[in-house]
Design a protein around this ligand. Structure first.
Ligand SMILES: CC(C)(COP(=O)(O)OP(=O)(O)OC[C@H]1O[C@@H](n2cnc3c(N)ncnc32)[C@H](O)[C@@H]1OP(=O)(O)O)[C@@H](O)C(=O)NCCC(=O)NCCS
Length: 163
């Protein structure tokens, strides 16, 4: 059920991501990217040779995870940041862990050696902190009040895992 994303997945990926943007605090985006924008993001990641995985349940995508270089400057080339989203109705069924575990191998194959999770609403995002902690990440930093969404000021937590 886990496979690399295809360009044709862009609409399903944007549909999956939109509720997280519009109702959640894990993403610091406030406007959901449309299909064209998601297609551009997917093309950029894959064009760089970086992995973008989806959980394909046959007629619907229930999750996705990708890795992209943590920061643009060249010396960061072996360090990636991951992004992972699971559809809310499919939460806590093991999809996140399966995607993230598969992403480790794919990211390593792409040349990455360190993975950073930048967890939005870190103090309140028990699911993401729990997922990453259960997959071998350790906390590497905590920035306070760096985001603002829904009238709240939000922290981010950095977690890191060697690949
Ligand atoms: C974080 C997220 C990807 C987890 O996906 P998931 O498929 O629900 O997670 P899994 O079912 O694989 O859970 C794996 C482990 O994560 C932890 N976990 C998952 N949800 C949790 C929760 N709500 N509270 C605490 N721990 C949780 C647990 O350790 C769990 O293992 P267990 O079920 O054996 O106890 C999902 O909740 C999500 O999409 N959240 C919103 C977006 C987000 O925060 N993305 C991460 C951005 S950095």
């Amino acid at each position: 059920m886990i496979r690399f994303a295809l360009p044709a997945d862009a609409a399903a990926i944007s549909d999956l991501y939109a509720p997280h943007v519009l109702t959640g605090t894990a993403s610091f985006e406030t406007e959901a990217p449309d299909t064209a924008e998601m297609a551009a993001r997917l093309a950029r990641v894959q064009g760089k040779g970086w992995p973008w995985l989806v959980w394909d349940a046959g007629d619907i995508l229930l999750g996705y995870a990708y890795a992209a270089q943590f920061r643009d400057r060249a010396a960061y080339r072996a360090t990636c940041e991951n992004s992972i989203y699971v559809a809310a109705p499919a939460a806590r069924q093991g999809i996140g862990r399966a995607l993230l575990t598969a992403l480790f191998d794919a990211a390593r194959a792409a040349g990455f050696r360190e993975m950073i999770a930048v967890i939005g609403d870190g103090g309140g995002n028990h699911a993401s902190v729990g997922l990453h902690g259960s997959c071998g990440f350790v906390q590497a930093g905590h920035l306070t009040n760096v985001g603002q969404k829904f009238g709240r000021r939000l922290d981010i937590i950095y977690m890191q895992r060697s690949l």
